[in-house]
Design a protein around this ligand. Sequence first.
Ligand code: NAP
Length: 292
Amino acid sequence: MSERALDDATVGTVAIGDLTVRRLGFGSMRISGARNPEGVRDRDTARQLVRRVVDRGVNLIDTANIYGYGESEEIIAEALYPYPKDLVITTKAGFKPAKILKGHATLPAKGDPAHIIEECEKSLRRLRVDCIDLYQMHVPDPNYAYDETLSAFVQLQQQGKVRHIGVSNVSVMQLKLALEMFPVASVENRYNAADRDSDAVLAECEVRGIAFMPWAPIILGSPKVAEVVAHIAADHGATAQQVSLQWLLHRSPLMVPIPGTSQVSHADENIDAAWLEMSSDELASIDQAAGV
Ligand SMILES: NC(=O)c1ccc[n+]([C@@H]2O[C@H](COP(=O)([O-])OP(=O)(O)OC[C@H]3O[C@@H](n4cnc5c(N)ncnc54)[C@H](OP(=O)(O)O)[C@@H]3O)[C@@H](O)[C@H]2O)c1
């Protein structure tokens, strides 16, 4: 098992407002079994997993009010509170919290501003903080004007309960609308070597200097891309997940992948991806397979 700790030089850093994080974070959607039936079942193991990634130098953890119906935030606090000085925790609101059973993984959006305010209070309590480092609007709700939902985030920031605001699952238009209201500190959209739907959003982030946190960073939906990635991985004695992560790190200096896992061995493997060296030809062959 590798013990090398990530440092700023290995993966680089990115600014989230006035905070700085290393460009390889941790997604905590699977650290609770209630939200995700394939997640970690017992809290002790979940706490060990969270401590492990931080011990290995990860200083950005992504969570949400809905992950484990609040359990993910609780486990992060149980594992890490009082938090290391350089740790940035981002949580989110915008989906309707509910217990999820296997096969019913989609929750409805809930962009009601009053609901966001209430959920923020709950996240503050679960995370045991007075102010959330980065509070992201999880998903636009078609039942509410986007700026109406975002106004709740602005209000929370004005009250000192939220340090920075980010947006998730947005189009370029929605990002621009948010930028008219406040300095957007992050964008969290689905993005990976095979899924480039958010290329235009990433380009906008690059123009504005906004951190881009891709979710599903290692879940490759294209067999063609997956095959090329697997070949490169075999040549390096690495895994496809590591190649996918290293491709993302090369894709943009603002990219901060947040791979999630329920297993310490996978977390270690994902962190070890930081040291994988890939040639420009290999990186280009992935783009070619993706048709870019
Ligand atoms: N903003 C949003 O709307 C949104 C949506 C989805 C997710 N997210 C965030 O983004 C993070 C990543 O998202 P995700 O879609 O990838 O979901 P995820 O729930 O984190 O799942 C990751 C998947 O990859 C597997 N995996 C991880 N490392 C692996 C490795 N080294 N080898 C083989 N399999 C590996 C995991 O299985 P094992 O558990 O067996 O390792 C799991 O099946 C989430 O944890 C969450 O924090 C945000």
